[in-house]
Design a protein around this ligand. Structure first.
Ligand SMILES: Cc1cc2nc3c(=O)[nH]c(=O)nc-3n(C[C@H](O)[C@H](O)[C@H](O)COP(=O)(O)OP(=O)(O)OC[C@H]3O[C@@H](n4cnc5c(N)ncnc54)[C@H](O)[C@@H]3O)c2cc1C
Length: 483
């Protein structure tokens, strides 16, 4: 098969039978028709269609080494600098389509799978079958253009004790049985975004395990179809209220569902397992395979697209109400520009300093990408603050599309005009600003960016521990000793 079209994506989804609990209802089919999902599913279909558009197909696809068909560029194993550039350009096309608001487009997990499969020998250390399994799975995902999501962390019950100790070890998803064909998983994982309409669920290592015997049942990596028997999703309340595009311009397109994942004795065949019972190996899953680097390359490209969007939005807003000449307004705009240029510089440095890893994959430099992923969760929080401050009461003078065409039309035309826009144009712009900085959708975006790579506090701890500061200590020590 080749890179999918939107129609093919929807056809596969119509065959899928995931169990999804949502607002008191249990769905086992019809995800793409349900009001909570149909709009975002349509947006995902548009992404797949872009792979076939005259404008983007050369960037979004490459020729599969096995089938000779065009397949998604995010599956491309980079060997030369041009490959990294092509990968980044492909990430950018998809990210621009949602202004960076979609966090789980296929290219995110495809990047991870590409790196994991290249490091098949690393998986084979534990068992040669695992090396073969990850290689085969990556090829399947590439040739079928699967949409994968992942679930990593144990449920948030009591963070004072390890995941393995929650409710006497009877809560977090764990291996409860092994049979001739595979393992049985029971328990829960905290969250998986887009689970209802993904094709596959990657159940990958969670927080750092300590490698003690108790960790064994919690140490695994596998992939299963999202409608595997016994797998259930509990979706949060949808933020797409099925309102017109005009009124909820972002939520009516980009509302990715987040779901708690329950494993009710889910059977996972051995051929779908990549690691089992080996905590030490699970701890190195992302770093030893370079998977985290390629995932971050995609994420920083997406957050660059998102920052470009915010800069464009704030510029239209300040033009509209004539506030650009005020110095504090310029200071805020400068902050967004600085963030954008910082992200661009990180991407450029990561690609310029890329090196071939031990598995022959050209891997972007980790230091700039690691800096970017530590910065953005906090930098993003400023964007809604700035938009709220500069939009002020204009963010409340936002009647709906029905008002614009209804009895209030003349008032809106007269009183809601701005320095550069007619009344209806200004309302349309300010509704977009509202959906970026005030609506429930925007709050979820801010939370998402904050926790995208995990808790920034603990990430900072790991960052400090892993960063080689010896040369800098030595430098200052030498200065102290200079007479
Ligand atoms: C919108 C959204 C979508 C998500 N999508 C996914 C997904 O698709 N797949 C997935 O696997 N995960 C997903 N996540 C989960 C994400 O990975 C976690 O939010 C993140 O790892 C932080 O873990 P937590 O939420 O359990 O917070 P907790 O670990 O419970 O932390 C809560 C608070 O307590 C503090 N705290 C807790 N323990 C410690 C400690 N040991 N040391 C110091 N401070 C501590 C934290 O600093 C934080 O302030 C998503 C999260 C959000 C918000």
């Amino acid at each position: 098969m080749a890179a999918r079209t939107g129609k093919e994506f929807l056809e596969r989804l119509s065959q899928s039978r995931p169990t999804v609990h949502i607002q008191g209802e249990t769905l086992t089919e019809g995800i793409q028709e349900h009001p909570a999902f149909r709009n975002v599913v349509q947006t995902y279909a548009e992404l797949y269609d872009l792979q076939h558009s005259d404008e983007h197909k050369d960037v979004l696809t490459y020729i599969s080494p096995t089938s000779g068909e065009p397949v998604g560029t995010s599956f491309l194993t980079p060997k030369a600098p041009d490959d990294l550039v092509k990968r980044r350009k492909a990430f950018k096309v998809w990210a621009d389509h949602s202004n960076g608001m979609l966090g789980r487009t296929g290219d995110y997990m495809n990047s991870s799978l590409m790196a994991l499969a290249s490091a098949a020998d690393w998986f084979a250390q534990a068992n040669p079958d695992f090396g073969e399994n990850i290689r085969r799975y990556y090829e399947k995902a590439r040739e079928e253009d699967l949409l994968c999501t992942h679930t990593l962390i144990p449920p948030q019950v009591n963070r004072a004790v390890a995941g393995t100790q929650q409710a006497g070890g009877k809560l977090a998803a764990r291996i409860v049985k092994e049979d001739d064909n595979g393992v049985v998983i029971r328990g829960a994982r905290m969250l998986a975004t887009i689970a209802p309409f993904a094709d596959e669920m990657l159940v990958f290592p969670s927080t750092v395990l300590r490698g003690t015997p108790e960790d064994k049942p919690y140490s695994y990596a596998f992939a299963i179809p999202n409608d595997t028997p016994g797998l259930r999703y509990i979706a949060r309340e949808p933020l797409d209220y099925d309102r017109p595009r005009h009124d909820h311009p972002l939520a009516s397109r980009f509302e990715e569902s987040d779901c708690v994942v329950v494993f009710d004795d889910v059977h996972v065949p051995f051929e779908r397992c990549f690691a089992l019972g080996d905590a030490e190996l699970c701890n190195g899953f992302y770093s030893q395979t370079s998977s985290v680097v390629h995932m971050t390359h995609q994420v920083v490209t997406r957050t660059t697209a998102k920052t470009e969007y915010v800069l464009g939005l704030v510029s239209l807003l300040t033009d509209a109400i004539g506030i650009e000449q005020f110095q504090h307004v310029q200071e805020d705009i400068a902050e967004i520009i600085t963030t954008l240029e910082t992200l661009r510089a990180f991407l450029r440095a990561a690609e310029a300093d890329a090196e071939v890893n031990e598995y022959g994959v050209l891997t972007p430099a980790w230091a700039p990408l690691n800096a970017a992923r530590n910065l953005y969760p906090k930098l993003y929080q400023r964007f809604p603050q700035i938009l709220r401050k500069l939009g002020a009461s204009g963010l409340m003078a936002t009647p709906t599309e029905l008002d614009i065409t209804g009895p209030a039309a003349a008032d809106i035309e007269a009183y809601l005009q701005s320095a550069t826009l007619t009344g209806p144009e200004r309302v349309k712009l300010f509704r977009l600003v509202w959906d970026t900085c005030i609506s429930a959708f925007s709050s979820r975006q801010a939370l998402y960016e904050y926790y995208f790579f995990g808790d920034p506090v603990r990430m900072a701890g790991a960052y400090v521990k892993s960063y080689d500061r010896e040369p800098y200590r030595a430098k200052v020590q030498a200065f102290l000793e200079r007479s």
